[in-house]
Design a protein around this ligand. Structure first.
Ligand SMILES: Nc1ncnc2c1ncn2[C@@H]1O[C@H](COP(=O)(O)OP(=O)(O)OP(=O)(O)O)[C@@H](O)[C@H]1O
Length: 324
């Protein structure tokens, strides 16, 4: 069976007054049905623009090239912008970090959800039928007194409740893929867990594929099946979450883990990441963009095409000298 999402050799550049930004370099990424894949890496590593590339949301100065960006086996690249509108929202939903600002402050949340459903539903729905469906989804995801909640304006709801409304907005059209970009980072820890449980229940019970973009390795390891580690627009490691977060094989994944509190006891020291991300406007970027920061670097890392090495069927690294 096809993976639900299958991206091959995605390259993205931005034309800017300061020069061409080489933002993504031959990214490969796949997510199966009912699977949750974490996309992790430090700030600026290219996680969000990868998610936005799938939905063509990178803006007018973006230049995308890819072998394929396939959803359930069908390449999305050939679709006209008009045809793509039926993909966005209906087949692929995106959840952003700040739900409060994403919801229209002047409309009751029930009206917003009803509008979304009516705009994307494959069949024509009356307002009454759409409202009933919205209420059903809110109840399914455990929102009490759903009918009353639908009458509230975003400002009248907590941040956690708004985020759950956004998840309902994503689920109401029964998408095949959800791209969740830091969906819980504005929430306290308890609400964070509730929202993640909700997302994961959609993933497991409805077979939705979830791409979970996050810098929170603890959350990623608690909820995700697989982890993909990015650095400066390159995908450096892809493997089962419990392997990548316990025994990372790429030197960058190891540095990233060492720099974060995840998995350490209180006495253990954090090692700050050395160096900085390279300037992506450089025309002479090394083949491995981590080379200038890497403790294992050799001359070939800067000049030769770096192989994507399969350590096992389900675990790859893009590195000449991975850890054992
Ligand atoms: N429209 C744009 N024009 C030029 N460069 C851009 C544009 N959008 C993003 N970039 C650059 O692409 C790189 C990756 O950005 P991205 O937002 O994907 O990072 P991220 O890993 O999601 O970081 P964070 O965790 O902080 O959200 C950054 O260097 C950013 O400056």
């Amino acid at each position: 069976m096809n993976a639900m999402l299958d991206i091959r050799d995605l390259t993205l550049e931005f034309e800017t007054p300061g020069g061409l930004v080489h933002a993504l370099d031959r990214v490969n990424l796949s997510v199966e049905r009912g699977e949750c894949v974490a996309l992790v890496g430090e700030s600026g590593s290219g996680k969000s623009i990868t998610g936005m590339s799938i939905l063509r949301l990178n803006g007018a100065n973006a230049r995308i090239a890819a072998d394929q960006i396939a959803l359930d086996g069908g390449d999305l690249q050939g679709l006209s912008d008009r045809a793509f509108q039926t993909v966005r929202g209906r087949r692929i939903a995106m959840i952003f970090q700040n739900a409060k600002s994403a919801l229209n402050p002047l409309r009751k949340v029930g009206d917003t959800l009803t509008d979304i459903l009516r705009a994307h539903a494959p069949e024509k729905l009356t307002r009454r039928a759409a409202r009933a469906r919205v209420q059903e989804v809110l109840e399914q995801i455990g929102i009490h007194q759903a009918e009353d909640r639908m009458l509230a304006y975003p400002a009248e709801l907590s941040g956690g409740m708004c985020q759950r409304i956004m998840i309902a907005a994503a689920l109401v059209c029964e998408p095949e893929l959800i791209i969740a970009d830091e969906p819980t980072s504005a929430l306290d820890v308890t609400t964070q867990a509730k929202v993640m449980d909700l997302l994961m229940s959609a993933c497991r019970t409805r077979g939705v594929a979830v791409l979970f973009i996050t810098h929170d390795l603890a959350l990623a390891s608690a909820y995700c099946d697989r982890a993909v580690v990015m650095h400066a627009g390159q995908m450096l490691e892809d493997g089962p979450a419990d392997e990548v977060f316990v025994r990372p094989r790429h030197p960058y994944s190891r540095m990233l883990l060492d720099s974060m509190p995840y998995g350490k006891d209180a006495a253990e020291e954090l090692k700050p990441m050395g160096g900085n991300l390279p300037d992506l406007r450089r025309d002479d970027l090394p083949s491995c963009r981590f080379a200038d920061r890497c403790p294992r670097v050799q001359p070939c890392c800067r000049t030769a095409a770096v192989p994507q090495t399969a350590l096992r069927d389900d675990h790859t690294v893009r590195c000449f000298f991975p850890h054992d």
